[in-house]
Ligand binder design. Structure first.
Ligand SMILES: NC(=O)c1ccc[n+]([C@@H]2O[C@H](COP(=O)([O-])OP(=O)(O)OC[C@H]3O[C@@H](n4cnc5c(N)ncnc54)[C@H](O)[C@@H]3O)[C@@H](O)[C@H]2O)c1
Length: 454
């Protein structure tokens, strides 16, 4: 089979690499309108950092995996087209700030009808508002070539940082389709791709609308869990309770479950916020304002948590950060990725600059993206991948990303290089507070008592 993926981003690139790896007899092509991105996929330095990705791409590239800018040819030759273009939050017009911007999806559909010469299965891989498949079908069937397209929804559940592991061993694969014989056949063809390496009981088929909505709901539930724990971390700090103790015991209830209960400076990434806002917009659109307000609060708590983190720093450091050097440990929205989209580090760096602090950003993989995110602050922010250089003369460290390397540093050496009193604000509860306090640091974890020398 000829499989095409339109959109060579964080999803299209890795997903198609794993499909090519697991289905050596299928020819997989990934196309994009961005020539630099395609050139990077064809180079030794892939455009995204993802553990294990290089190996998979090297195994398959130019064997049965091709990255190309030739979109017309890709469409002509394809039997199945995965659409994995970006679907950001709209920044203009009706629904600005909440609704999904579907212009890239619609442009893709128009390219498909322009270049297709045969019937195709079109797979929604992007995360989309529920009932987008209906609009997509209408655009695709406006073609004058009498071509027929089956729309299938196959949302992606990979998490950045563990994308290859998630793709190779998914919790579930969801495929939604029309309940007609042609729809069922299309679902079976897409399921057949995954059946090569995913156990049949993990491949779940539903109707189109359930599939589209399930992706939004899955992200909303995950984000809600983060905001729930983060909101309680604020209460822990006021009462002397310890958030790690609270969640460890609460998570022992099998109905709650132990995973994804860690307090932090807030969720980031390209998806959680946009997908919740998309859900909020849909609820408002369908006349459900109470439901919309309920989910919107998840985003508010997330913003509150990052702002609260900076307010706590300010209060601990004698109510002034002016001229003080702050080393930001981590800028990626989570460990093991270079992605900084919606990273809480962005808001935190900006709030620190507003307080006239001097900020040095330290990250092993995300410095290029950090420079872009903060490009308007040039001159006010420094960048280094060396944590020891970052802390030279610093008054405080603010740990934002849970990179393992930050846990394993020589903190006695770091303490010696910093201004005194030296502060660490651990925004991920990653570090050994008692040990750091013993070295001499004033240590501020999230949602648990601070360890100070005052
Ligand atoms: N990043 C994640 O972790 C993740 C996880 C699950 C689902 N998703 C969803 O997957 C989709 C893609 O996300 P991403 O992170 O890969 O985005 P991305 O921005 O990294 O990649 C999208 C790519 O699509 C390309 N593109 C846009 N319009 C195009 C067109 N008309 N023709 C060809 N290429 C075009 C862009 O140039 C870009 O390279 C989104 O809907 C997102 O919500 C993302």
């Amino acid at each position: 089979m000829n499989i095409l993926c339109i959109g060579a981003g964080y999803v299209g690139g890795p997903t198609m690499a794993v499909i090519a790896d697991r289905c050596p007899d299928h020819r997989v092509t990934v196309v994009d309108i961005n020539p630099e991105r395609i050139a990077a996929w064809n180079s030794d330095t892939l455009p995204i950092y993802e553990p294990g990705l290089d190996e998979v791409v090297l195994r398959c590239r130019n064997r049965n995996l091709f990255y190309s800018t030739d979109i017309p040819r890709g469409i002509k030759e394809a039997d199945v087209i995965f659409v994995s273009v970006n679907t950001p939050t709209k920044t203009f017009g009706a629904g600005a700030g909440k609704a999904a911007d579907l212009q890239y999806l619609e442009k893709t559909a128009r390219s498909i009808i322009e270049y297709a010469e045969s019937d195709k299965i079109v797979v929604e891989k992007s995360t989309l508002p529920v009932r987008t498949a209906q609009a997509l079908s209408r655009v695709l069937h406006s073609n004058s070539k009498n071509l027929h397209f089956q729309i299938v929804s196959n949302p992606e559940f990979l998490a950045e940082g563990t994308a290859i592991r998630d793709l190779e061993n998914p919790d579930r694969v969801l495929i939604g389709g029309m309940s007609s014989p042609e729809g069922e056949r299309a679902v079976d063809i897409v399921a057949g791709i995954y059946r090569r390496w995913v156990a049949p009981e993990k491949i779940i088929t539903t109707n189109l609308w359930s599939s589209e909505l399930t992706k939004l709901v899955s992200n909303a539930l995950l984000a809600q869990r983060v905001s729930s724990v983060n909101s309680i971390s604020a209460l822990c700090e006021k009462t002397g309770a310890d958030i790690d103790q609270v969640t460890a015991v609460a998570g022992r209830d099998s109905r709650i479950g132990a995973k994804f209960l860690k307090a932090g400076v807030g969720f980031g990434g390209s998806c959680f916020k946009k997908d919740i806002l998309n859900l909020v917009y849909l609820c408002e659109f369908y006349g459900l304002p109470e439901v919309a307000a309920y989910w919107e609060q998840v985003v508010h708590i997330n913003d509150y948590q990052a702002a609260r983190f900076v307010r706590n720093m300010l209060a601990a450091m004698f109510n002034t950060l002016a001229e003080k050097k702050i080393a930001l440990f981590g800028f990626a929205f989570k460990a093991d990725t270079g992605d900084t989209r919606e990273s809480p580090a962005i808001a935190i760096a900006r709030q620190l600059i507003d307080e006239h602090a001097r900020v040095t950003v330290c990250d092993p993989k995300a410095l290029d993206n950090a420079r872009k995110d903060l490009r308007d602050l040039s001159g006010k922010v420094e960048y280094t991948s060396d944590p020891y250089a970052a802390v030279e003369g610093a008054h405080a460290i603010a740990l934002i990303t849970d990179w393992k390397l930050f846990r394993d540093l020589d903190y006695a050496r770091i303490y010696a290089a910093m201004e005194k009193p030296a502060f660490i604000f651990d925004g991920r509860n990653l570090l050994d507070g008692a040990k750091l306090h013993g070295i001499g640091f004033n240590f501020y974890p999230l949602g648990k008592p601070a360890l100070t020398h005052f």
